[in-house]
Design a protein around this ligand. Structure first.
Ligand SMILES: Nc1ncnc2c1ncn2[C@@H]1O[C@H](COP(=O)(O)OP(=O)(O)OP(=O)(O)O)[C@@H](O)[C@H]1O
Ligand SMILES: [Mg+2]
Length: 260
């Protein structure tokens, strides 16, 4: 199977339906040239419906990070089309692409990527300041309470646990009310209980705030928090699961490893 449309409610975005938050069409990404060339993504097509939580899975080297980077405009595909809402990213120059990422996307990374010299509050509001916007105090208060950091606003990242730092990163991703939040192994550096808390926050962002979340993960338990899972192997989307359970995800991963 090469073309995976939504695994959830709106298969083909019919006229009058909701446009997907993110749409990749025939996206290929090649690194290097000649004999050294690696095809990290091979004609990947997928639509991520608004207000859904999608897990991206696959063996190591299958193209998950490349997929996320291309979908988020952090890397440019060799060919194919990536759209955020109705905006085609491949036509954008670097400056408008950066503006678009700051204003319309949120990011959560395995390594938290907080600014060590800034307080929790300053880290959370950084995406707004970079856009010359002020924080809406009510939304800031609500977001900080949602991630359980109301008592920590004046602390710096070094004074926080890993789980707390990742909750700062989630608040930072939510503060702009982005069209999509991209998360690359957000629980990769956390113990299972802390990971569970972080996943619950991402889940709530989708269920309560109608955010769209796309999360790369190795972990079947993490993927089970999503509405759907797509599986990459050798740079292609090979299958998907709606309402994934940890057992079904683990079984699909085992099947892919056997096939490889
Ligand atoms: N900058 C690069 N230059 C050359 N090859 C690259 C580069 N980035 C990724 N690749 C190759 O592209 C393929 C896909 O890599 P990618 O990092 O997307 O995989 P992944 O599924 O995220 O793996 P992991 O689970 O180990 O993080 C791999 O073969 C990798 O070696
Ligand atoms: Mg990766």
């Amino acid at each position: 199977m090469t073309d995976v449309r939504c695994w959830t409610q709106q298969p083909h975005s019919p006229a009058g339906g909701i446009a997907p938050a993110v749409r990749l069409r025939e996206v290929t990404k090649r690194y290097g040239k000649g004999a050294q060339a690696v095809t990290a993504l091979d004609r990947v097509s997928v639509e991520i419906p608004q207000g859904t939580f999608t897990a991206v899975m696959g063996p190591s080297g299958s193209g998950k990070s490349t997929f996320l980077h291309c979908a988020a405009g952090l890397d440019r595909p060799t060919s194919g089309s990536v759209r955020l809402g109705s905006t085609e990213l491949s036509h954008l120059k670097e400056a408008p692409l950066t503006r678009l990422r700051r204003g319309r996307m949120g990011f959560v990374f395995q390594a938290f990527n907080l600014v060590p010299s800034l307080t929790v509050e300053q880290n959370i509001t950084l995406p707004l300041r970079l856009q010359g916007r002020r924080a809406d105090r009510q939304w800031l208060t609500e977001t900080v309470a949602r991630v359980g950091l109301s008592e920590r606003l004046r602390h710096v990242p070094a004074q926080l646990s890993g789980g707390q730092q990742q909750r700062v990163a989630i608040a930072r991703a939510l503060i702009t009310r982005p069209e999509v939040i991209f998360a690359d192994e957000p629980t990769g550096a956390l113990d299972p209980q802390t990971a569970q808390d972080v996943l619950a926050l991402l889940r709530q962002a989708v269920t309560d705030l109608h955010q769209t979340v796309v999360m790369v993960t190795h972990d079947p338990v993490a993927a089970a928090h999503a509405d759907s899972a797509v599986f990459l192997a050798g740079g292609r989307i090979v299958t998907g699961l709606a309402a994934p359970t940890a057992d079904r995800v683990a079984a699909t991963m085992a099947q892919l490893r056997r096939a490889a």
